[in-house]
Design a protein around this ligand. Structure first.
Ligand code: IPM
Ligand code: MG
Length: 359
């Protein structure tokens, strides 16, 4: 198959981790007879430096015209003082909105080889961690009105959290469908004891339950959910939640699996053109030092093959190679433990490429 992939290297460790993911994709193309072409796209801090815009119009167009988008990470201290609507992160939000990818899936699954790297007690980890957070990605407080003004000589900042029922319905449906394919448990997470938007969230999710009789729908307040994720993560199968709660809970969920560096994500809307990115940030402190863990990005590329290109076997071949890498005792610094062999970002990519085999 011929596929055109838009590639956003971004800032910080972004270019390093993307380089490794592209090596992996090249190997897959090679052994399975596909042709992947890459179109470089500027976004984030590097785009601000070049065009004074975190997501120039042409960048968004290139992404929409591609078969899918692979993204490293954006942001860094250098751009911390630019105005809010010009920040590198704003580029990412504009990209998500422009591509209309409202459904962000973030798996929290522990690799058995990394159970030592989890900060949770062994007795908790041994019960298993394997759930998915379905995060609403193009609405809520991230996209409501943001403003800062002077009122009576005081600075006052406002961020509006708004959802309409259609936005909630379409993401809740993704949650139900995902649960149907897994262990048939959907937990809708909100703050309905305080927020009106959460009461609408809960009511709307409940109203769909009778269309999915095989799925057991439960409701949980977000603060309780944050606690349950560390107390007993084995209780979760699929969590569906709004944008900001999903942002926070997915960092927590990644940490209990060992390292945020391991977690990929997919963002999809109505078409198969998706946005694939690791859930971690640009980690400026280790940028350019060959210390980053490229596995989250490599697994994001695997998700792209599966969800956007329907290449199930190819995607599995990448996951297997990562498994073999870990089985062979190799670790990047973030997941390093006693008696393991420490490797840098580049060597990690090379080893994984070496482990890829056609099934
Ligand atoms: C994430 C990140 C982004 C978000 C930032 C970089 C805007 O934290 O993808 O989780 O908050 O969505
Ligand atoms: Mg985040």
């Amino acid at each position: 198959m011929n596929k055109k992939i838009a590639v956003i290297r971004g800032d910080g460790i972004g270019p390093e981790i993307i380089q490794e993911a592209l090596k992996v994709l090249d190997k897959i193309a090679n052994i399975y007879g596909h042709n992947f072409s890459y179109v470089d796209v500027d976004m984030g801090g590097c785009a601000i430096d070049k065009y004074n815009e975190p997501l120039p119009k042409e960048s968004l167009e290139k992404c929409i015209e591609s078969d899918s988008v692979l993204l490293g990470a954006v942001g860094g201290e250098k751009w911390n003082n630019v105005p809010g609507n010009k920040r590198p992160e704003k580029g990412l939000l504009k990209l998500r909105a422009g591509m209309k990818v409202y459904s962000n899936n973030r798996p929290a699954k522990i690799w058995p080889q990394l159970s030592e790297a989890s900060p949770l007690k062994k007795s908790i980890v041994d019960k298993g961690i394997d759930f998915i957070i379905v995060r609403e990605l193009t609405g809520g407080i991230y996209f409501g009105e943001h403003k800062i003004e002077e009122i009576n000589g005081k600075s006052v900042a406002t961020d509006v959290l708004v959802y309409n029922e259609d936005e909630i319905k379409r993401i809740a449906r993704i949650g139900f469908e995902m649960a149907q394919k897994r262990n048939k448990k959907l937990c809708s997470v909100e703050k309905s004891n305080v927020l009106e938007s959460s009461r609408l969230w809960k009511k709307t999710a409940s109203s769909l339950a009778n269309e999915y009789p095989d799925v057991k729908l439960t409701h949980m307040l977000v603060d309780n959910c944050a606690m349950q994720i560390v107390k007993d993560p084995s209780q979760f199968d699929v969590i569906v939640t709004e944008n900001m709660f999903g942002d926070i809970l997915s960092d927590e969920a990644s940490m209990i699996t060992g390292s945020i560096g391991m977690i990929p994500s997919s963002s999809l809307g109505l078409t198969t053109c998706g946005l694939y990115e690791p859930i971690h940030g640009s980690a400026p402190d280790i940028a350019g030092k060959d210390k980053a863990n490229p596995i989250g990005t490599i697994l994001s590329a695997a998700m792209m093959l599966k969800y956007s290109f329907n290449m199930e076997e190819e995607s599995k071949a990448i996951e297997k190679a990562v498994d073999e890498f870990l089985n062979s005792g190799y670790r990047t610094e973030d997941i390093m433990s006693k008696d393991m062999k420490k490797v840098g970002c580049k060597e990690c990519g090379d080893l994984i490429v070496g482990f890829i085999k056609k099934a």
